[in-house]
Write a protein that binds this ligand. Structure first.
Ligand code: SF4
Ligand code: SF4
Length: 268
C-alpha cells in the first residue's frame, strides 16, 4: 500500500489550473477558486441510499474495486455569469456558454487529477460531468451532488442543488480513486434557509415552469425547460440547462445560513 496523498497537493494545482484555464484555452467564462472535498470510499452513506433522497449513488467499490477515496470539486462561476441569468424565462447566453465551457474544464480537472494520481501509482476513475443519466427516469447513475454532501462540500437546498460556502452557481465534478486521501469533515448544519428555519422559498418563485413546488421537484418538467434552452442556444452545442432557481436567490454566492451566523456574531 502506498503513502497517503495530501489534500493540498491535489487542491492547490487544481486552483491554479482553473485560474489559468481562461487564458490558456481562450474561454469566455471565468471561474472563482474551486473548492474540493474528500470522502472515504468506505463511508457508509454511500450505501445508505434511503438517507440520501433522490441519490443514485452506487458504492465506489462497484465502480473501482479497491477504491479508497472519492474526490469532489466545485467550480464556482464568476458572479457576472449568474447575474446574466436573472432576467427573463430563458437561460442567458452567458449561462449556457458557461455550462458548455465548464463541462470541458471539469474533464480537464478530472484528467489532471487522474494523471497525477496515476504517477503516484494509484488508479482512478473520472466520472463524466453530465449526461450520464437514464433517459426514461432522468436519474443519473452517479450523483456528484450527493457525493459532494458526503465529502462535506456543502448541503442540498430545496432546489436540489448543492449549496457550498461559495453558493450554488457553479458546477461539480468527481473522481473515485484507490489513493488514500484523508477525508474532509462532513457538514452537519443545513445551508438552505428553508431547511434551516423555513425563512426562504425564493427558488420556488424563481422557477418559470413550476417544476419546484411544495410537492417536490418535477424533474420531467424541469428537463423540458432545459431542452427548450438547448434549442434556443443551439449554436453553442448541448446547453440543456436553465438555472433560474440558482440565480437571484440568497444561496447564489454564499451559504446563507453561515453568512447570517457571521452577521449575528459581528453586527456592523
Ligand atoms: S433559494 Fe432559499 S429556499 Fe431555495 S435553496 Fe436557496 S436558501 Fe433554500
Ligand atoms: S432549473 Fe429551471 S426549470 Fe429546473 S427547477 Fe430550476 S428554475 Fe425550474
Amino acid at each position: 500500500m502506498g503513502n497517503a496523498v495530501s489534500f493540498r497537493e491535489l487542491h492547490d494545482p487544481v486552483i491554479r489550473l482553473v485560474e489559468e484555464y481562461p487564458g490558456s484555452m481562450g474561454t469566455h467564462t471565468a471561474w472563482l477558486a474551486p473548492l474540493m472535498g474528500v470522502a472515504s470510499a468506505n463511508n457508509p452513506l454511500f450505501l445508505k441510499r434511503d438517507q440520501m433522497p433522490g441519490a443514485a449513488l452506487y458504492p465506489p467499490e462497484e465502480c473501482l474495486p479497491g477504491a479508497r477515496s472519492v474526490l469532489v470539486f466545485f467550480i464556482p462561476f464568476q458572479h457576472r455569469v449568474a447575474l446574466s441569468n436573472i432576467p427573463g424565462p430563458m437561460s442567458s447566453r452567458e449561462w449556457a456558454l458557461a455550462y458548455v465551457e465548464t463541462n470541458r474544464l471539469i474533464v480537464a480537472v478530472g484528467e489532471w487529477l487522474g494523471s497525477f494520481l496515476e504517477k503516484k501509482g494509484y488508479t482512478s476513475v473520472v466520472l463524466p460531468p453530465t449526461h450520464d443519466f437514464d433517459p426514461e427516469t432522468l436519474t443519473s447513475r452517479w450523483s456528484h451532488r450527493h457525493a459532494a454532501v458526503i465529502a462535506g462540500l456543502g448541503r442540498l437546498g430545496i432546489h436540489n442543488m448543492l449549496i457550498t460556502e461559495r453558493g450554488c452557481c457553479g458546477r461539480l465534478g468527481s473522481l473515485i480513486t484507490r489513493a488514500p486521501v484523508d477525508p474532509t469533515p462532513a457538514r452537519t448544519r443545513e445551508a438552505c434557509l428553508f431547511r434551516y428555519d423555513g425563512s426562504c422559498v425564493r427558488c420556488l418563485d424563481r422557477c418559470p415552469v413550476g417544476a419546484l413546488t411544495w410537492d417536490g421537484f418535477d424533474r420531467f418538467r424541469c428537463y423540458t425547460k432545459c431542452l427548450e434552452n438547448d434549442r434556443y442556444h443551439s449554436d453553442l452545442g448541448t446547453t440543456d440547462v436553465c438555472g433560474k432557481c440558482l440565480t437571484a436567490v440568497p444561496c447564489s454566492f454564499t451559504d446563507p445560513v453561515a453568512a447570517r451566523s457571521r452577521r449575528q456574531a459581528n453586527p456592523a
